[in-house]
Write a protein that binds this ligand. Structure first.
Ligand code: ARG
Length: 275
């Protein structure tokens, strides 16, 4: 695995949905990263977000935009609004009331854009915050947000095997803060974010996974987006960038420090539409 060179890696064009942080703020705390007493620079958040948006487009990816709604400061974290696999849309149901109105906004966007199979879930799931799609499985986090019932509901809706993984560290409250899909069935993760049993499951399914250390996990280095070659990740995750390079990926570091105050980074801002 470590001998793969850049030449062997091939980027696939992706389709993303994002939401500009026009109303971004931290005025409540639903994860340990959020401190309402700390000032947020919304202008800077917009500039940083624009860099990410421009980067995706320069790589040839399609990015659609969701209309940002006032009163929903976390709406920039579009990954939490829906999960799209095989063109089927599993809506979200947020655990916290502060974010619940984001879910219908996403479903409305999908219906308006020609998606016919849109499911409004019965159980809590925060979409790609807790679901990571590999070629063979849907990996699903639980412990903080998504529930086991939510995992079950996703398996039933998509007809794909859902692998339930338990998160243990409140700083890594969503699966996408602790694990990322690099390509096909290739993943990277921070083992300490999971229970013993879930770590064993990951080791069994992904013996060649890239293991990420605490320093890189602590800057949300795992909140990354890969197109199969380019891996967009927080620029502070320096060691991780080197590990990725050695595996034949092309890491692209980006500074989303303002959005980190909300507890999110690259992946949280990026919902992927899969067909
Ligand atoms: N403040 C948001 C929350 O706690 C951040 C969500 C980050 N999104 C993600 N996909 N991890 O819900």
């Amino acid at each position: 695995m470590t001998s793969v060179s850049v030449r062997d890696r091939a980027p696939k064009l992706r389709h993303y949905l994002m939401c500009r942080p026009v109303h971004f703020d931290v005025n409540y705390a639903i994860n340990p990263w959020m401190d309402p007493a700390k000032p947020v620079d919304t202008e800077l958040a917009l500039l940083q977000w624009d860099t990410l948006y421009d980067l995706y487009r320069s790589l040839g990816h399609r990015v659609d935009l969701l209309n940002p709604l006032p009163g929903l400061p976390d709406m920039v974290f579009a990954a939490n609004g829906a999960t799209v696999v095989d063109g089927k849309v599993l809506g979200a149901r947020f655990l916290n009331a502060e974010r619940s109105a984001e879910a219908p906004a996403h479903r409305t966007w999908y219906r308006a854009n020609g998606f016919t199979d849109v499911h409004e879930p019965k159980y809590v799931n925060e979409a790609e915050g807790d679901f990571a799609v590999t070629d063979s499985w849907i990996l699903a986090g639980r412990g903080f947000r998504c529930t086991p019932e939510g995992h079950q509901e996703a398996q039933e809706f998509f007809g794909r095997p859902v692998i339930s993984l338990e998160l243990v560290d409140p700083r890594f409250y969503h699966l996408d803060t602790a694990l990322a899909v690099l390509d096909g069935d290739e993943v990277m993760y921070y083992p300490e974010a999971f229970t013993r049993g879930s770590r064993d499951v990951l080791a069994r399914l992904f013996p060649d996974a890239l293991l990420v250390d605490q320093d890189d996990a602590n800057v949300l280095g795992l909140n990354a987006v890969s197109d199969g070659l380019n891996v967009i990740l927080p620029e502070a995750a320096q060691k991780l960038a080197e590990q990725l390079r050695r595996r034949g990926f092309r890491p692209v570091g980006i500074d989303l420090s303002e959005l980190l105050k909300g507890g999110g980074s690259v992946k949280c801002c990026t919902q992927e539409l899969r067909f």
